[in-house]
Design a protein. Sequence first.
Length: 404
Amino acid sequence: MRILMINHFPLEGSGSGTYTKNLATQLVKLGHEVCVVLPVNTTDIPQYEGVRLHPVFFTNTDAADPEVIEGALPFNFPCFTTHPVSTVAFSDLTEAQMQAYLDAFKQAIDEEVRTFAPDVVHGQHVWALPSLAVDCGVPLVLTAHGTDLMGYDKWPEMRHFAETAMDACAKVICISADNEQLVRKAFPQHVEKIVRMRNGYNPDIFYPQMLDRADVLGRHGVPYEGQDVILFAGKMTRFKGIDILVEAAATYENQLPNAITVLAGDGEERGNLEAQARDLGLSRIYFIGNVPQDELARLYCIADIDLVPSRREPFGLVAVEAMACGTPVVATNQGGLPDFVNETVGALVNPEDSADLARGIVSTLERALSNPTWRDGIAAYASGHYSQAVIIRELNELYREVIG
């Protein structure tokens, strides 16, 4: 089978990018051919064994000295919220820029339909790019990632993209119960197309490892002298709730004198968050920026607990990845997180509630430190339910159904 995937973002730095990369690499392992059309703003593009990439080039206008790429569009690729290498929103594009964006991707998609000859097109996000593939004569499957539904709410003038894609698709994959509820609300006329299919992690990257904490943290400039490690990893955008985490740290730093907090990631909120930490006088919180996935796995493995304090998380793949490494998770009782985070693997807390987050962090860290074997059960739970190798079989069956 030949599958053409389309994503609004690079395959590194976002949840949908990781989702797409995981699907592509696992499908190749099953013997399928996969091509991904995606935006990039650098010529230094990661390669994935057996996966064909068709980049559409943009200019990283967020960088002080952007790389000059021949034929690149003279603006950065647009986002729903933010991306580590682009803070441009869809609403920031001029009419001419939006048309250039659509034209470039339409050309790329049409070229791959002719040359790659896919059996199925899998569009990531119910939004603009999959709407360009509705008349290509190939069955269309969509995955709703959640941020697309945020865009649907924020920008009514752009809803026609999502509506065009939903009208034409054969199936739409929802990655959590909350995600499905939002799709049902936005597109009640298409509820029969909905398929619930949980997200999954890459077991080749995320698994328990015995590592030296000082070595791992030292590579990121974090001094380590036997402290307990509290970790956050993700985009630094408002819906991730990191400001609530920083506020909670002002409470739990006093209660946990031997703990440090490490924040991995970047985004438009990073400067505000660093200023917030300084204003609160926090002395044991470290911002280390973006890290690649293999290094993120090492951070999960040396962390005592992982935090997902999102205001609303469509699924929460970072939580599953942490669990796959055996790390307990403290997450908010919102979005897709309650589908899989419970007292077996960590704790749920109230969103927008720094006191409750601090309480959950303190109690979960104490539990983790007093029960070292807890990590083994957490890793086994993630492997048995959320390994991409398990989930990919469901996707394979869905593709065959829509192809007929």
